[in-house]
Design a protein around this ligand. Structure first.
Ligand code: DX5
Ligand code: ZN
Length: 216
C-alpha cells in the first residue's frame, strides 16, 4: 500500500488559500494537514477558526488536524464542527490522555496522539490499542521549514515494533522536515503517512512534488 501524503497548509500562500487548497484537492495527496498552534504549548500562533472554516469549505479530502495547544479537550466539539476527520493531540499537553482520546472518539472523529522529539514511544504502551494514529514529530513543533531530526527514523522502527506487538493497525504519521530523501527512509522504517509543508509548497511544482512523494 502506498504512503499517505498530507500537505501541511501552514506552508501554503494564505493570500491564495483557495487556490492552494484546490491544488491539494486535484493532486495525488490524500489528506489536508492543519497545524493549530496556541502560542503557549508552542512558541508560535498559526491560524484559527475562520481559516479552518474556509479550508473545510474548499477541501474535498480528509482534514487531519494537529493540535499544538494546551488542554485540547476544550476544543474537541469546536473542531468537530469545523470538519476535522482526524484530531491529534500532544501527549505532552494531556494529563488525562485516555479521557481525551475517548472524548474525541465519542464524537465520531479519529483520534491521534503526537509525540515531541524527546518523548519515547513506550509512553503509549497502555493506550496504543485505543488510537487510530500516532504522529511522530521529526522537528520540534511550532514552525515549518526546520531541519529533520535523523533519530526519528529509528523512532519509527521502535513504534512499528510496539504496534506489531499489540496486533494493532495504528497509522504511523511523521511530521517535520519531510522531503524525498527523509521520506524514503521513513517509509522504509514503517511510516504510513507523511506530512510535508515547505517541501511541497515552496517547490516549483507542488503537484509534481506530491506525486513524487506518493511514489516513495
Ligand atoms: C510543525 C508542524 C508541521 C510543519 C511541517 O510544528 O507540525 O506540520 O508544517 O513543516 P515542514 O514540512 O516545512 O517541516
Ligand atoms: Zn503538523
Amino acid at each position: 500500500m502506498s504512503v499517505i501524503i498530507a500537505p501541511s497548509i501552514l506552508a501554503a500562500d494564505f493570500g491564495n488559500l483557495q487556490r492552494d487548497c484546490e491544488m491539494v484537492n486535484n493532486s495525488k495527496s490524500d489528506w489536508f494537514h492543519l497545524d493549530i498552534m496556541d502560542g503557549v504549548f508552542v512558541p508560535n500562533i498559526s491560524y484559527g477558526m475562520p481559516i479552518i472554516n474556509k479550508i473545510n469549505e474548499v477541501a474535498t479530502k480528509t482534514l487531519d488536524v494537529h493540535l499544538m495547544i494546551i488542554d485540547p479537550e476544550r476544543y474537541i466539539e469546536t473542531f468537530k464542527n469545523v470538519g476535522a476527520d482526524i484530531l491529534t493531540v500532544h501527549y505532552e499537553a494531556c494529563p488525562h490522555l485516555h479521557r481525551t482520546i475517548q472524548h474525541i472518539k465519542s464524537k465520531g472523529i479519529k483520534a491521534g496522539v503526537a509525540l515531541n522529539p524527546h518523548t519515547p514511544v513506550n509512553v503509549l504502551d497502555e493506550i496504543i490499542s485505543d488510537l487510530d494514529l500516532v504522529l511522530i514529530m521529526s522537528v520540534n513543533p511550532g514552525f515549518g521549514g526546520q531541519k529533520f531530526i535523523e533519530s526519528s527514523v529509528q523512532k519509527v522502527s521502535k513504534l512499528k515494533k510496539l504496534i506489531e506487538s499489540k496486533n494493532s493497525d495504528v497509522i504511523i504519521e511523521i511530521d517535520g522536515g519531510v522531503n524525498l530523501e527523509t521520506g524514503k527512509k521513513l517509509a522504509e522504517a514503517g511510516a504510513s503517512a507523511l506530512v510535508a509543508g515547505s517541501f511541497v509548497f515552496k517547490s516549483d511544482s507542488p503537484t509534481e512534488t506530491i506525486e513524487k512523494l506518493k511514489q516513495l
